[in-house]
Write a protein that binds this ligand. Structure first.
Ligand SMILES: [Zn+2]
Ligand SMILES: [Zn+2]
Length: 263
């Protein structure tokens, strides 16, 4: 099984389990490698679903605990960093605060709107689906072009609650894939989408095919917020990757990548 590089910890206030439980679950799932990429802190209080900057030492402790439990299994240390316009300086500072193995870039906010938060779902009606998609994908492309991230998270997260414009969606996918390809970043297949309203992985097949054609490398991740979610639906994700033409995935260490075949 591929590495699972998108896993959270209770420091983000909406995940559960101990470091040892995540490691044990990874073993059961047959993963060769794991990486934690919890929601990164902001310079000051921002919302209630991320660690605080002063909690970073606790995060380092968590990683140390996981490594002690993991024995030979590599445990990578990463962050899932929110892309916010004007947030570049803080992201750069964070990048220098530890020897991260990779950084995941995510778009969860359109301006002040946390669009993937069920509590803010109503705002899709205010924006309209097309406008929400326009804004989301513009931010996604911008985040990739910043070249601050090794992996771009859950590419079509904007579909989470099932909001999708009618017709061929490639008019949004194409510029986004071009931006990722130009940046050299990888994307992830994120299996968590299967368990949301939209009931499919991120990204959709046409996006994945475009990414493959453009030479964008891949990772396969669960976005686990509990030990039972580690490596979830990876067999199906590997099948999806192969169906899109992928035959390899990336591993990361010290922000350097290695290509490994998809078995
Ligand atoms: Zn989360
Ligand atoms: Zn995310």
């Amino acid at each position: 099984m591929p590495a699972d590089y998108h896993m959270h910890t209770p420091l983000c206030r909406h995940a559960s389990g101990t470091a040892a439980e995540y490691v044990a679950a990874a073993r059961v799932a047959g993963l060769a490698e794991i990486g934690f990429s919890d929601h990164s802190p902001m310079p000051s209080y921002y919302d209630d679903w991320r660690m605080l900057a002063e909690e970073l030492p606790l995060y380092f402790d968590w990683i140390a605990e996981a490594r002690a439990a993991a024995g030979d299994m590599p445990v990578r240390m990463a962050l899932e960093v929110d892309w916010l316009e004007g947030g570049e300086a803080w992201t750069e500072e964070l990048a220098g605060r530890a020897s991260w193995d990779y950084l995941i870039g995510s778009v969860h906010y359109i301006g002040a709107w946390n669009f993937d938060n069920p509590a803010d779902k109503q705002k899709f009606s205010d924006f309209g689906t097309e406008e929400a998609w326009d804004r989301y994908w513009a931010l996604f492309a911008q985040a990739a072009r910043s070249r601050m991230f090794d992996i771009m998270a859950h590419p079509d997260l904007i579909k989470k609650f099932g909001h999708r414009p009618a017709g061929d969606l490639r008019r949004w996918y194409e510029p986004a894939v071009a931006a990722v390809a130009e940046s050299g970043a990888a994307i992830e297949i994120n299996t968590a989408g299967l368990f949301k309203d939209v009931a499919e992985m991120y990204p959709a097949m046409p996006f994945l095919q475009l990414a493959r054609e453009a030479g964008v490398p891949l990772t396969i991740n669960s976005d686990a917020h509990a030990p039972a979610e580690v490596g979830r639906s990876f067999t199906a994700a590997v099948e999806l990757a192969k169906a899109a033409g992928y035959d390899s995935v990336l591993r990361f260490a010290g922000r350097q990548r290695t290509v490994v075949p998809l078995s």
